[in-house]
Design a protein around this ligand. Structure first.
Ligand code: COA
Length: 497
């Protein structure tokens, strides 16, 4: 035990086992837990709770920042203890439970959860469970590798359980910038005008009397699962870099592009890696998750500063970053997700937002979440927070999935996360469609000419021509608009056999 990490000595008597802390959580409670994109989640208490729930059935509503690592969502789902879950997840077992209707999943813009809590539109957490590297002399909480919604959960909850993770580098202290917006209707603007501005404190200020349990743990965050760029993601990156270079030449972007946001997943990570070989310098990021590519860009001297809400790294990168934190600390800040994703700041900073679509349609509507319009994949995450307000809203995807049986470019998306009004640029390995200033019929031509895979191009053009013959500002043949998805469900492929 490292009691020196609890610098307020009066809290030393709150130390207990994870099992004892789990006993504080009761059936029917709403729990707010740290954790954002598999980083900085509480680990020991939810695991103890899941084990307990196997023999003592219980249900909780669980809110986090975003996804959890260490198979926690899997274990909690298998224990049958999740009644409701929000606002994001990436776990295949939980995904199945969501799609079978066992778990009620609320898929939410990541910047909105605490705003809705603050305004009592959501039930406040009864209890918060927060991973920390330390508790300060004032009893304030120093988070670990993510901030997410932890600060507001701890502020709103009646009781707080802290997991001190001795495996996390104590030098993480100082990395965080905790800022809580004031209440409406007298809220002032968020005082942040540059990606590297610090506007808050380095720890979460709560009344230490609310801390009911402190548990020690030394479990690591799960490594990220991003794969190395392949030929397709490399091609997507190349198209995008060439486009951004032209924007600079044409005087529409500054030489360093302005702050960049990149979403989760393999494709967005590969696109950011593509900037390594570009001519851009003095880049900055104002994003939510900082992945391997962020640190590759810092090491290459390309990226001056990165603001995020979490750091999620592969095994390869983990030791190199957290083992040498001094090297990176001055170039990083971790913020609450309502600040990292704040629409006011995204618009003010002029962010270039790069997110991944599952599929998009002729006119530029985006589906990021629902396979065939019904089955939840992960959730909308922060993509809407950024895309709606970005200087450039860019969506990337491979033009086909599942060995070509799925076209990611379809006549009409089967679910809409981002409407055509929020989308500027679409990129697949086939090319890039610049939709700015174009009417729907012009957008469709760009999409057909530049984005769709050759094996689906003729069919998409045929659909578009016949839709145009019927007429309309945004031409469609309603009886056929989702026929590609129907064919996939019925025959296993969108291709006409
Ligand atoms: N229909 C069905 N499945 C599709 C598909 C489509 N149109 N397009 C891709 N997929 C499948 C892939 O085959 C792959 O399946 P697998 O895991 O069984 O191999 C899976 O989706 C992931 O695709 P991949 O190509 O590896 O991309 P990714 O890792 O970059 O993830 C998203 C893509 C869309 C799932 C992911 O980016 C996401 O959840 N986005 C929404 C949230 C978001 O944008 N957040 C940004 C801020 S956090």
């Amino acid at each position: 035990m490292s009691l020196e990490r609890i610098r307020l000595a009066s809290l030393h008597n709150k130390v207990m086992s994870a099992e004892q802390a789990a006993d504080i959580i009761e059936d029917g409670m709403t729990v707010g837990m740290s954790g954002f994109t598999r980083a900085g989640e509480a680990k020991a208490v939810p695991q103890a709770l899941a084990i307990k729930a196997l023999t003592t059935p219980m249900k909780i509503s669980l809110m986090t920042g975003a996804s959890l690592g260490n198979d926690l969502d899997k274990q909690m789902t298998e224990a049958g203890m999740l009644a409701r879950r929000m606002p994001f997840q990436v776990d295949s077992t939980l995904r199945q439970a969501i799609n079978s209707g066992q778990v009620m999943f609320i898929d939410q813009h990541l910047s909105e959860t605490v705003e809705q809590l603050r305004n009592h539109q959501l039930r406040l957490p009864d209890i918060a469970i927060i991973e920390a590297v330390a508790i300060t002399e004032q009893g304030h909480i120093v988070p670990t590798t993510s901030v997410g919604n932890s600060a507001s959960f701890a502020i709103f909850a009646k009781k707080v359980i802290i997991e001190i993770n001795t495996g996390q580098n104590p030098n993480l202290e100082g990395l965080h910038d905790i800022y809580i917006p004031s209440y409406r209707p007298t809220r002032t603007s968020l005082p942040l005008v540059k990606a590297d501005d610090r506007i808050g404190s380095t720890a979460i200020a709560i009344d230490p009397a609310k801390i009911v349990a402190i548990v020690f743990t030394n479990k690591s965050d799960s490594p990220s699962t991003v794969t190395e760029p392949d030929a397709d993601t490399q091609a997507i990156a190349n198209h995008l870099v060439a486009f951004l270079e032209q924007e600079v030449i044409d005087g529409r972007l500054p030489k360093n592009l302005g702050p960049l946001q990149a979403g989760i997943g393999n494709i967005a990570n590969a696109v950011m890696s593509g900037l390594l070989k570009s001519s851009f310098e003095h880049l900055t990021m104002y994003s939510e998750v900082l992945q391997d590519s962020t640190f590759d860009l810092i090491d290459a001297g390309k990226l001056d500063f990165a603001s995020g809400s979490s750091i999620t790294l592969s095994e390869r990168r983990n030791k190199a970053v957290f083992g040498n934190l001094e090297k990176y600390k001055q170039k990083l800040v971790l913020r609450p997700q309502e600040v990292s994703n704040h629409p006011e700041l995204v618009r003010r900073l002029g962010i270039i937002a790069i997110n991944t679509a599952l599929e998009f349609d002729l006119y530029g509507n985006i589906n990021s979440t629902h396979v065939c319009g019904t089955k939840m994949m992960n959730g909308i995450g922060g993509s809407g927070d950024f895309a709606r307000n970005a200087h450039l809203a860019i969506f990337v995807t491979k033009s086909i999935a599942k060995a070509g049986s799925i076209s990611s470019v379809v006549p009409m998306v089967s679910h809409v996360d981002h409407t055509e009004h929020d989308v500027d640029i679409l990129v697949t390995e086939q090319g890039l469609a610049d939709l700015r200033g174009l009417a729907p019929r012009e957008r469709a031509i760009q999409v057909i000419n530049h984005c769709v895979h050759p094996s689906y191009r003729e069919a998409l053009l045929d659909y578009y021509n016949r839709a145009c013959a019927k007429g309309g500002h945004t031409p469609h043949i309603l009886a056929e608009a989702l026929s590609w998805h129907q064919r996939l469900e019925q025959t296993g492929t969108m291709q006409v056999k």
